[in-house]
Design a protein around this ligand. Structure first.
Ligand code: NI
Length: 138
């Protein structure tokens, strides 16, 4: 645990009021915790742009009745097997499936897998949640 440091911040009153209002709707108890989260978000963005090891989750929604779609997505998961450490398949309804794929690797390789999956014909939704291994964050 590192020691806490206090510092002053100057900003426009109206900006601070908007910030406080936003924190209130988001359930923050104080400005410090909100600022810590903002800083961590920026550090995670930096991890993704610097090319080190990161983790993330690819979420897909698709109709499993679409011909060849399931095969294509499965083949991609085998091709990129080294990146995937878990996946979960949820049957949303008679037609639609959701797949959540947990990945760990370089940002470039994870982006490539996410782009290929999203770009597969018949995928209705594809998103990549960029997370962190947490090693470099307090
Ligand atoms: Ni399904």
């Amino acid at each position: 645990m590192t020691s806490l440091v206090r510092f002053g911040v100057s900003l426009e009153k109206t900006l601070l009021e908007k910030w406080d209002s936003l924190l209130n709707t988001r359930g923050y108890n104080n400005r410090s915790e909100a600022l810590r989260d903002l800083i961590r978000q920026e550090l995670v963005k930096d991890e993704w742009s610097s090319g080190g090891e990161v983790v993330g989750a690819i979420t897909l929604v698709y109709d499993h009745h679409k011909r060849e779609l399931v095969n294509k997505l499965t083949n991609l998961q085998h091709d990129f097997g080294g990146l995937i450490f878990a996946s979960q398949h949820i049957h949303i309804d008679h037609h639609n499936c959701m797949e959540i794929i947990a990945v760990k690797g370089t940002p470039k390789s994870i982006q490539a897998l996410a782009d290929k999956m999203r770009g597969t014909k018949g995928v209705k939704h594809g998103s990549l949640s960029m997370a962190t291994t947490g090693k470099n964050l307090q």
